[in-house]
Design a protein around this ligand. Structure first.
Ligand code: MTE
Ligand code: MO
Length: 414
């Protein structure tokens, strides 16, 4: 674990926290211990140790991932012989890369089943020897508040497969879809500008054809044998059971997700949520709270919390800093619990993240609130992104992805 180097601003922040607690009217010894949470030298405040001990693992176990994909039947529920027959296994998978007949891109070498040139899994592995990359990412549905799971996704950059087709001209967009029970009504399609596929702006990882998750072959439920993973995108850009890529001169999005009023160009947002919070704390007993924050494209500088009596809510609302937990000692569901070597964003020699919090992933946070007198309270938590925007800004629209501030009612009984 990285040692936190105390800086002036670090101490200033602690001092600020202490002052806020005093202003809240209960500077108990336990509350002041807040600053030691997660630090190497000190044990966590006693009231927090239990809550911290039950935190979810950082990388999600396969059975804990949530599945929101559609299909009747769901492709991953098909029997094994059917999966073999339709190319949903590594042995039989085939990917076609073709020009859009309606708005054709000029390509010299389409990859098709008919001509026997479609890419198979062995061909993908050949590319992987040279080009494979892996990166950490939280998978989140634009329409659901909480993430579906966090993993290290491994694959071949999509551009390497596109270059195999020798594109020349009139290529402005890529759209792609997966196996959909041969029923056009069930097709779930997504799309990207060609620019995003060929280049990785702002140090983002590449868009990949993903075949491994957390060190294991991508399973059928997660979209195996091969799915697209778009690092900065919401889940609907990461098409599962990938079978076909279409190169088009169309200049605009044609995602299935556009139906339903979704903002199909929205990138992952930053937001905070609670994991554990006592709903009926005892009077004047410190209140341990833990949570997570999704770290979107705009990064994360702070997680803050507020607690206000429902009978008298001071204005403006007072926000105090929670402690962002450092990288975990145990990463959760990974082979040998270790970050695979050459994972983007992690130091190859030590396996430590190069920056923290890491964009496109998540962090855990904790705070020990001072005990409160009997009454009804509202607890809220929010993020401040790296540019200083407080949640739900800078993009507060629901159909651009969840960013509403979470609030929880607490009842302190006399
Ligand atoms: N082929 C296909 N891919 C798909 C979907 C789908 O229904 N079919 N759903 C998308 C949506 S809306 C989301 S949020 C993610 C969810 O990924 P997960 O099921 O691996 O958690 O998959 C995306 N990829
Ligand atoms: Mo989704």
């Amino acid at each position: 674990m990285k040692k936190q180097i105390p800086t002036d601003s670090h101490f200033a922040r602690q001092e600020l926290t202490r002052r806020h607690f005093i202003r809240l009217g209960a500077a108990s010894a336990a509350a002041l211990k807040l600053r030691s949470v997660g630090a190497d030298a000190d044990a966590p405040a006693p009231g927090l140790a239990e809550a911290l001990g039950t935190l979810e693992p950082y990388f999600t176990a396969p059975e804990k991932f949530r599945d929101v994909s559609r299909g009747k039947p769901l492709p991953h529920s098909l029997p094994d012989d059917k999966k073999l027959a339709v190319g949903l296994t590594r042995e039989t998978w085939k990917l076609e890369v073709v020009a859009d007949p309606e708005n054709p891109a000029t390509i010299h070498n389409p990859l098709t089943q008919k001509d026997g040139t479609a890419l198979d899994f062995a061909g993908l592995m050949k590319l992987a020897e040279k080009y494979s990359v892996r990166f950490a990412k939280v998978m989140t549905c634009l329409n659901i508040g909480c993430p579906l799971g966090t993993g290290i996704w491994e694959g071949v950059p999509l551009r390497e497969v596109i270059w195999l087709t020798e594109p020349r001209e009139n290529l402005r967009r890529v759209f792609y879809y997966g196996y959909h029970n041969d029923d056009p009504k069930q097709m779930f399609r997504s799309s990207l500008p060609i620019d995003r596929v060929l280049e990785d702006p702002f140090d983002l990882p590449p868009v990949i054809l993903c075949y491994k998750l957390n060190g294991a072959w991508l399973d059928s439920e997660r979209g195996g044998p091969v799915r697209v993973v778009v690092p900065e995108g919401y889940g609907f850009k990461s098409i599962k059971w990938l079978t076909r890529i279409v190169l088009t001169n169309l200049f605009h999005a044609n995602d299935t997700y556009a139906d339903g009023n979704n903002d199909v160009d929205s990138a992952l947002k930053t937001f905070a949520a609670t994991l554990s919070i006592p709903k009926e704390p005892k009077p004047r007993e410190a209140i341990p709270v833990t949570g997570y924050a999704q770290v979107g494209v705009s990064g994360l500088s702070k997680v803050q919390v507020s607690i206000r009596s429902q009978s008298a809510q001071p204005h403006p609302e007072e926000w105090i800093d929670a402690q962002i937990l450092p990288p975990p000692n145990h990463w959760g569901h990974l082979p040998e619990g270790k970050i695979p070597t050459n994972t983007l964003g992690f130091d190859a020699a030590t396996g430590h993240p190069r920056s923290w919090p890491m964009r496109l992933t998540m962090i855990h946070w904790a705070v020990l609130l001072p005990g409160l007198p009997a009454g009804q309270y509202t607890f809220r938590c929010r993020t401040i992104d790296q540019k200083g925007f407080a949640q739900p800004m800078p993009r507060p629209f629901r159909k651009s992805g969840h960013s509403a501030i979470e609030s929880v009612d607490l009842k302190v009984k006399a």
